[in-house]
Design a protein around this ligand. Structure first.
Ligand code: PLP
Length: 377
């Protein structure tokens, strides 16, 4: 099956009981048993629900893994993945991971003895340098937010295998439409499905796919024990979102390409960050491990004041956190998503006050370009 077909025919199609062509919303918590333990595969909806199951089968197929799991948010998914580890274990993570990931590792999971180190994983030597006796996993986000740095998934997975570590990839920015980390050697892939997978700014959800029977069994045990599962309504909305993921991602990318070209030639823009640009330090790697560069772009307008002026003038770019939906969004990482990172650390990472991040939506490109043009004047 080709990619766009798999989005529509992957997983479980339709409802075998009624012939309905979409999986219905099974708004149900428990299931009748024909005698003790005699059931049709479902006994209680924390353990399994038919609508959630349809979504989990679909994401499993898309990521080419062994089993899929749906959670109430991306953070619930990430936290559950970390529950595979024990007190005393150590995880190496990408230094500019999603702020919530940094927070849960350093303010919550550290209290349970799970230790973490953050390095620039776009240089694989940095990973090797941090592996300790108690290291259990390498956790990569690629591309990163907001600087769109790229880590070599295959290279990192090889290092992990040599040291008997798990490779975990946050695939939120690329989605399985552009990038399938399991095919590059990763063990676990996860998503904030709140973003491109849902795609319409109406669901908060997380997804996980694992690559082996053993991990599937261990991880289902964690999911069922900790219980942060996704409800049937939201599972349905994600399945609905996934059906159009292909055409959305293609269109996001096409709009983004035009905007990047425009920003590169604009005199008030000092720098543009996008893996699709040939001068991006990891452009060749991005081309090799992904089939698309995505719809996220960051650019520097020189100062916090200039960034503020831009934000106040745009009409179609909504000032908001989040990304990956049909409507274009704009944000100022230094004052929003990355405000909790100390200023000197932000400077080290290259997140300046003039750095603007946009999530390019699916509006008509001419309107988006005109909007940026008048706002940048
Ligand atoms: C938003 C996001 C998360 C967290 O997901 P929620 O659904 O907001 O809990 C994790 N990783 C990345 C890359 C994200 O963008």
């Amino acid at each position: 099956m080709k990619r766009k077909t798999k989005l529509i025919h992957g997983g479980i199609s339709g409802d075998p009981h009624t012939g309905a062509v979409t999986t219905p919303i099974y708004q149900v918590s428990t299931y009748k048993q024909e005698g003790i333990g005699g059931h049709k595969g479902f006994e209680y909806s924390r353990t399994g629900n038919p609508t959630r199951h349809a979504l989990e089968e679909l994401i499993k197929d898309l990521e080419e893994g062994e089993a899929g799991f749906a959670f109430g948010s991306g953070m619930a998914a990430i936290t559950a993945v970390m529950m595979l580890f024990n007190s005393g274990d150590h995880v190496i993570l990408t230094d500019d991971v999603y702020g919530g990931t940094y927070r849960v590792m350093t303010k919550v999971l550290n209290r349970f003895g799970i230790d973490s180190t953050f390095v620039d994983t776009s240089n694989l030597d940095n990973i090797k340098g941090e592996i300790r006796e108690n290291t259990r996993a390498i956790y990569i986000e690629t591309p990163t937010n907001p600087l769109l740095k790229i880590t070599d998934i295959k290279g990192a997975s090889q290092i992990a295998k040599e040291h008997n570590l798990l490779t975990i990839v946050d695939n939120t920015f690329s989605t399985p439409y552009w990038q399938t980390p399991i095919t590059l050697g990763a063990d676990i892939v996860l998503h904030s499905a709140t973003k491109y997978i849902g795609g319409h700014s109406d669901v908060v959800a997380g997804l996980v796919v694992v690559n082996s029977k053993q991990l599937a069994e261990d991880f289902h045990f964690v999911q069922n024990s900790t219980g942060g599962v996704l409800g049937p309504q939201d599972s349905y909305l994600l399945i609905r979102g996934i059906r159009t993921l292909g055409i959305r991602m293609e269109e996001h990318e096409q709009n983004t390409r035009e905007i990047v070209r425009y920003l590169q030639s604009h005199p008030s823009v000092t720098k543009v960050f996008y893996p699709g640009i040939e001068s991006h330090p990891n452009h060749e790697l991005a081309k090799r491990q992904s089939t698309g560069f995505g719809g996220m772009v960051s650019f520097d307008v020189g100062s916090g004041e200039a960034a503020d002026r831009l934000l106040n003038k745009v009409k179609y770019f909504t000032l908001a956190e989040s990304l990956g939906a049909v409507e274009s969004l704009i944000s100022l990482p230094a004052k929003m998503t990355h405000a909790s990172i100390p200023e000197d650390r932000r400077a080290e990472l290259g997140i300046t006050d003039g750095l603007v991040r946009i999530s390019v939506g699916l509006e008509d490109i001419e309107d988006l370009m005109e909007d940026l043009e008048q706002a940048l004047k």
